[in-house]
Design a protein around this ligand. Sequence first.
Ligand SMILES: Nc1ncnc2c1ncn2[C@@H]1O[C@H](COP(=O)(O)OP(=O)(O)OP(=O)(O)O)[C@@H](O)[C@H]1O
Length: 411
Amino acid sequence: MAHTPTSQQAATTTGAGSTQPNTGTTNHNMDTTTVPAADGQPNAIEIAIYHRLSKVIDPELGRSITDLGMIAAIEATPHNTLPLTFDVTVHVELTVAGCPLSKTITNQINGAVASYPDATLIPHIEVSAMSQDKLANLVAQLKAERRQNPFTKPGVHTRIFAIASGKGGVGKSSVTANLAATFAALGYDTAAIDADIYGFSLPRLFGVHTQPTNLNGMLMPVVSWGVKLMSIGMFAGSERAILWRGPRLQRSLEQFLSDVWWGSPDVLLLDMAPGTGDMAISVAQTLPNAELVVVTTPQPSASEIAVRSGLVALQVPMTVRGVVENMSYFEHNGERLEIFGHGGGQRVSEQLTHALGYDVPLLAELPLEPQIREIDDSGRPAVLTPSGELAGTPFAAQFTKLAQSLMDNAK
Ligand SMILES: Nc1ncnc2c1ncn2[C@@H]1O[C@H](COP(=O)(O)OP(=O)(O)OP(=O)(O)O)[C@@H](O)[C@H]1O
């Protein structure tokens, strides 16, 4: 049962007969009928706590936990012995039992209750899972709001960069991972999709060993190093079969877009399969806003095919934003050794500029560094320090410049 606090320090009674806490932060316009008080009659502390909980955001859905219906009940009762102290029990219903982020959410709820300024509150958090019906309603509501592919709606501001290469092994996935990590470290809300469905690399490069949470058929991207990620490589056996409804693999991208709750990222990167294949056409059809970034190494065998991967823009309405040359040189005793030759990136830039009729600049020339491979393979993009900040290395500086030039460059 909920009790109205008796202390004037905890609450003041308004002329309308409703009890309001005397904190300047209270939302006096809040409809108190929505406050799930245990006895249906919310008291001042319960109203104030509900308001404070409306600021707690579910990390996966990016919505307030009160909007999501996750607060099932709040009960504030005076403490048995301590004066001006209340026990506050918050009944939280998570979307899925054993949700990996439950600790984050409950810690935030604890903080919101314990830091209440007008009385001493002792938090008690009771965690359970939503009923199937409630969850189904919530997912239906979220799906209705989001509708299909969220990146093609009018007014969507997400910049989408498809990272392509002609040849495999030139470092396209490594560039995607480091660029995504750089965007996230610079403060952009960043998402990345492994569109390389047979040769997926992003889970390894980001050290992801967990599966995305499946909310009644809507998937939550896995967040690693600040980047929202989705890859076929995150699914094992039977789950993989569920994700790939039917044999039409080309639908994979559409499914990643429409079946995953992305929120509203500033940047979406797609790690494309090597080659000039169907996926590029599929991206152009599904994401008409996508811009292509072509990765090559300096050697002609890579750059010739890289040009072809950029020429897909002649067939579909897609802009090639620029070229990145990877493994350009190896620095040894202050000397730059051009192990894979010279000029591949520049050649791709010139040929695409000529063929497409607009400037396709060479955006970066990245070094070959064994350390980069070692760090990438350890599950941390090499641009980041172990604590997740941008490293103070020339390599991280080059990626920062690359990220900024991509964002500065108007579509
Ligand atoms: N600049 C670099 N210096 C050192 N190693 C690199 C560099 N870029 C990439 N690598 C390493 O080269 C290998 C191939 O890179 P990556 O997997 O990113 O290539 P890819 O183009 O995506 O290939 P595929 O499409 O076949 O998966 C990886 O082991 C990666 O760590």
